[in-house]
Design a binder for this molecule. Structure first.
Ligand SMILES: N[C@@H](CCC(=O)N[C@@H](CS)C(=O)NCC(=O)O)C(=O)O
Length: 240
């Protein structure tokens, strides 16, 4: 497939630009001559996107992808929303090798939706209650941890249920959220598990062996490792 457009990924460290970068690398590995793409790196000072990103898109969040014609014609297109960027890359730069097979499409869609909305929703609610004490001076940290403990316990129980349900969605026959083989649904969902792991809320992964093996298998892929080398810091437990 001839490459008529060239994407530029505006990539902020430790953000959900990472799965987009992994997708670019997966697409690149499928093409005999690789995928030509550019990357612009941004730091994440105090956890926030730097003001330079606002020059690329008015919201100034990460990721942003700008796609230009390879022959220099036309006006470049600026896109946001990591899930849509992943879909765009797979549509434009692969021959459908990573699409779920027809019989697994509904299942793959379900897991993408569930993990990005329901599981991510639970994680996002829980994280501030763990983070606020962490950034406080020692004495206050302890007090806040005690104060927040009942709420954290309730939210954690919910999260455990969600992990169990997600774990049970995988099987020997379909060990990937995309189906029998790795693909689009796995690219869209692994970020949630990375976030849980890095934030320290993926407790007792041994209780969820299928989920843990799936996550380990994603991280073992060459594209994931290449993206770690290219993208710089990927640690959402840190606030730079
Ligand atoms: N729904 C958007 C989320 C964009 C977003 O909020 N990105 C975060 C990084 S994970 C960000 O830029 N945060 C820094 C800030 O809000 O200043 C997507 O999936 O791309």
């Amino acid at each position: 497939m001839e490459q008529t457009t060239i994407p530029t990924l505006h990539h902020m460290v430790s953000s959900n630009s990472f799965p987009v970068l992994v997708t670019l690398e997966e697409a690149s590995a499928l093409r005999p001559d690789g995928l030509k793409y550019d990357i612009v790196h941004y730091r994440r000072p105090r956890g926030r996107a730097p003001p330079e990103l606002k020059q690329v898109h008015p919201l100034g969040k990460s990721p942003v992808m700008v796609v230009r014609q390879a022959d220099g014609s036309g006006t470049p297109e600026t896109m946001i929303e990591s899930r849509l960027l992943i879909e765009y890359i797979l549509d434009e730069y692969t021959n459908g090798e990573l699409d779920p097979p027809e019989e697994d499409k509904r299942r793959a869609n379900f897991w993408s939706e569930f993990m990005l909305r329901s599981l991510m929703g639970k994680v996002i609610i829980l994280i501030p209650w763990l983070m606020i004490p962490r950034v406080m001076p020692f004495g206050l940290r302890h007090l806040l941890q005690l104060l927040f403990a009942p709420l954290v316990k309730i939210l954690a129980q919910d999260l455990h249920q969600f992990y169990q349900f997600t774990n049970d969605g995988l099987s020997d026959e379909r060990p990937w959220f995309n189906g029998r083989n790795f693909g689009a649904a796995d690219l869209k969902t692994f970020f949630v598990l990375d976030l849980c792991e890095q934030q320290g809320v993926l407790w007792k992964p041994k209780k969820y062996p299928r989920l843990a093996s799936w996550h380990a298998a994603v991280k073992e892929r060459d594209a994931y490792k290449r993206a770690l080398e290219i993208g710089g810091t990927y640690d959402m437990s840190m606030i730079e």
